[in-house]
Design a protein around this ligand. Structure first.
Ligand code: NAD
Length: 349
């Protein structure tokens, strides 16, 4: 393999077009071909660039000049395409969610290992500097014991997502981020939700989560019924609260210990104490570009994928539990999360 990766992008609707544009800014890779059955989508994506178009993705994965593919076709097709690409010897970056069905995600994870190829899941928020900062601060113990984590991911109904609802399409982002930030798996979920305006799937969910047996609590608010897009993450611990905006990539820390308010009337409005707050100076980056760079590096330097198929399955399991809980109005226990074989070795050591 040369130092420059030949890349094929499969599915060039909204996300796939962003992939093609982001790949263009990465020195170690070059998009040689895209595949999409819709000619208008392919032409709009390629524009005047020297990129080939295939109607059939199978032709793309057979090309000898393609080292890696990124899959941004509808979620229900991820597994079939990823399994064929791995079998053809290609490295695979599959958009989140890894699949719509857990069996598909697990089959993909199992196929990647013997293939000797990388299989990474595009949980793009992992590459958001605000998420990385929150995870770092939590890991360093800046908040002390963690009490609660909360995520909000709401906005208007997108016209194009037809095959899955908000549990699989939106909640997978935050269920992955929350488990990553806390370094703990979700053990229990209780959700309420319904379908208000989506033609076939749930478009509103309100979820309570628990991490581990006695770990932090979680709150997750996801929907496609809000007129304005909001994407926020907050973590409360014994030493304070972190608040991050996924969109502006700002992270604030509010310390728990504050000065008592000496003015009684003001205390009615602002509470009995006021704490210090800091906004961190973060180098903002485009998360998708950072994700693709990390994918290219893990191939070229033969390092583990920064977001593995097992991570993708853990997020999917939690999302399926959220959906099932909302459908039955009952709590769902998550008895065991899949772990990559190397995770098991680390724990046993
Ligand atoms: N990481 C993120 O933040 C993020 C954001 C949006 C979408 N996504 C994911 O990206 C995927 C695509 O979503 P989208 O919003 O771009 O949808 P989209 O409908 O805009 O694009 C999907 C494209 O795939 C094409 N397609 C359908 N069948 C195909 C096939 N067999 N071979 C090749 N192409 C095929 C369609 O013609 C379409 O152009 C989904 O899995 C979605 O969950 C991820």
């Amino acid at each position: 393999m040369t130092a420059e990766l030949g890349v094929g992008v499969i599915g060039v609707g909204q996300m796939g077009t962003w992939h093609v544009d982001a790949w263009e800014r990465i020195d170690t890779a070059r998009v040689v071909a895209v595949a999409d059955p819709r000619e208008t989508a392919a032409r709009a994506c390629i524009r005047r660039r020297p990129i080939d178009w295939h109607v059939d993705w199978q032709e793309l994965v057979e090309r000898p000049d393609v080292d890696a593919v990124t899959i941004a076709a509808p979620t229900g097709q991820h597994a079939e395409i990823a399994l064929a690409a791995l079998a053809a010897g290609k490295h695979v970056l599959v958009e989140k969610p890894i699949a719509a069905a857990l069996e598909d995600g697990l089959r993909m994870a199992a196929a990647a290992r013997p293939s000797g190829r990388k299989l990474m899941v595009g949980h793009v928020e992992r590459f958001n500097p605000a998420v990385a900062k929150v995870a770092e601060l939590v890991r360093e113990g800046r908040l002390g014991r963690i009490f609660r984590i909360q995520a909000t991911r709401v906005g208007p109904l997108p016209a194009r997502i037809a095959d899955v609802g908000v549990a699989i399409d939106l909640a997978t982002h935050d269920l992955d981020v929350m488990q990553y930030v806390l370094g703990r798996n979700i053990s229990r979920v209780f959700a309420e939700g319904t379908r208000f305006t989506h033609p076939s799937h749930e478009d509103m969910l309100a979820c309570l989560l628990r991490f581990g047996d006695d770990g932090p609590f979680g709150l997750l608010d996801v929907n496609w019924i809000t007129p304005e897009k909001r994407r926020e993450l907050s973590v409360i611990g014994e030493s304070g609260m972190l608040v991050a905006s996924y969109l502006t990539q700002d992270v604030w820390l509010m310390e728990a210990d504050g000065a008592r308010t000496g003015w009684e009337e003001l205390a009615r409005l602002r509470g009995d104490a006021e704490s210090a707050a800091v906004r961190f100076a973060l180098r903002k980056v485009e998360p998708l570009r950072a994700e693709l760079e990390a994918f290219a590096s893990c191939i070229l330097e033969n390092r583990p994928e920064p977001v593995s198929a097992y991570d993708g399955c853990r997020a999917l399991i939690a999302a399926l539990a959220v959906r099932d809980s909302a459908a039955s109005s009952r709590p769902v226990e998550l008895l065991g999360m899949p772990t990559a074989p190397e995770d098991a070795r680390v724990r046993a050591a």
